[in-house]
Design a protein around this ligand. Structure first.
Ligand code: NAD
Ligand code: DAU
Length: 366
């Protein structure tokens, strides 16, 4: 009879997936800057993954980049065995709603099948840990408020017990992944945590999303496309505050629990775009007129959710987390970052990006 030896986790190491994307890169930069330990960063480098986001930690021995897919079970097993992380933080996903409407397949593959394969390998690894390390290990799944569906103007904000009602292929695929994560805790005892966050903004956001797209178009003298009448409401959170919430949940969250993360900053899309135009008018005035003159109303997004709002009282009450930035301070920082990083913008807005603009916006012209 062979006696199976348990293995120990490396207390200094975590595995992060999707760390070359917008939120993952911000998370990694903050983590390394704070000296919180070694990060193994597994990223497939899709159109949204960009190693330039991580240029400042390229030579840092605390950051190990691995190009690969969360759906690649053999690779995940190898990485877990080699680095023995104490936690996995899963950011990797296809994340853009409009792309999910044009082509849902990649969303099912990465967000559903990918998360499933990752969970399978993490479960196998976790099963081999000592009892002590099993109890301290964590799988943190980064999810979205979109899984809860759409609110009416007078509805109360989403809580952790709001029923799931995803409306887009993107949110349906994220909902499926959340359910798998929940099931792996309930069925196998895997120590999971889930965060459901509202709309992020900040440095390194790919200019397919509203805020960086509007900034980019404004500076290029192009139309600022508002879907429908611009009355849709989102709750906005500065990316650094999302990252601090994830760190807090990872450190102190109760196993099996879900935490909603939000900024108490509900804004209509039109308000957001007006704010961006006002800041640009101040920081980079046009020769004549306002950036507002470039606003154009275009055909609405299919199935467009009217309103998202997050009730973040659980994470505030139980874990003592609060956002540091207000919308006013965060959005100023963000506009300043885009103005100072036009080279980064020019690198990500070639080739594939232009094809995307053609596909998404040509047919919307009013
Ligand atoms: P993003 O699109 O900017 O980055 C996604 C990253 O995942 C990219 O680096 C990409 O290369 C990588 N990736 C994609 N498929 C992969 C695969 N199969 N294997 C490995 N890596 C893969 O996304 P983001 O905005 O940074 O979002 C990160 C996570 O946070 C996502 O899970 C998203 O659902 C969630 N989220 C985002 C927001 C938001 O406002 N952006 C809000 C709440 C939650
Ligand atoms: O709520 C969290 C979610 O926020 C995340 O899970 C997603 O990954 C993230 O992409 C984001 O989804 P949204 O669809 O809300 O973000 P987006 O920036 O694409 O759009 C914000 C709002 O602006 C939405 O109501 C659609 C609108 N919009 C968007 C674009 C790109 C426009 O009016 N014009 C545009 O050109």
């Amino acid at each position: 009879m062979t006696v199976q030896q348990s293995i120990s986790t490396n207390k200094n190491t975590i595995l992060v997936t999707g760390g070359a994307g917008f939120i993952g890169a911000n998370f990694l930069l903050d983590w390394i800057a704070a000296g919180l330990g070694q990060v193994i960063n597994l990223d497939k480098l899709t159109y949204a993954g960009n190693l330039e986001n991580l240029a400042s930690i390229e030579q840092n021995p605390a950051h190990i980049f691995i190009a690969g897919d969360i759906a690649d079970k053999a690779l995940i097993a190898k990485l877990l065995a080699e680095y023995q992380p104490r936690a996995v933080v899963n950011f990797a996903a296809e994340s853009h709603v409009d792309r999910s409407i044009h082509g849902p397949e990649d969303f099912i593959q990465t967000n559903v099948v990918g998360t499933f394969h990752l969970l399978e390998e993490v479960r196998a690894y976790w099963g081999k840990l000592s009892a002590q390390d099993q109890s301290t290990f964590r799988f943190l799944h980064v999810s979205t408020d979109e899984v809860y569906g759409s609110l009416g103007a007078d509805d109360t904000p989403f809580t952790e017990t709001t029923a799931y009602a995803p409306n887009s292929p993107y949110s349906a695929s994220k909902a499926a992944s959340d359910h798998l994560v929940r099931a792996y805790h309930h069925t196998y005892g895997l120590p999971v945590l889930t965060t459901n966050c509202s709309n992020n903004y900040g440095a390194f956001q790919f200019p397919e999303k509203l805020i960086p797209l509007v900034l980019n178009n404004a500076l290029a003298g192009k139309p600022l496309p508002i879907y429908g009448n611009g009355s849709n409401v989102r709750d906005w959170l500065y990316v650094g505050d999302h990252c601090s919430a994830i760190r807090r949940v990872l450190a102190e969250g109760k196993v099996g629990e879900v935490y909603n993360v939000g900024g108490w900053n509900e804004k209509t899309n039109l308000d957001v775009v007006h704010t961006l135009c006002a800041i640009l008018d101040e920081l980079k005035p046009k020769a004549s007129g306002s950036y507002r003159d470039q606003i154009t109303f275009v055909k609405d997004r299919a199935g467009h959710d009217q309103r998202y709002a997050i009730d973040a009282r659980k994470i505030e009450r139980e874990l003592g987390w609060k956002p540091e930035e207000t919308f006013d301070t965060g959005i100023r920082k963000t506009v300043a970052w885009y103005l100072e990083n036009q080279e980064w913008v020019s690198h990500v807005t070639s080739g594939e990006y232009r094809q995307w603009l053609d596909k998404n916006y040509t047919e919307r012209a009013v």
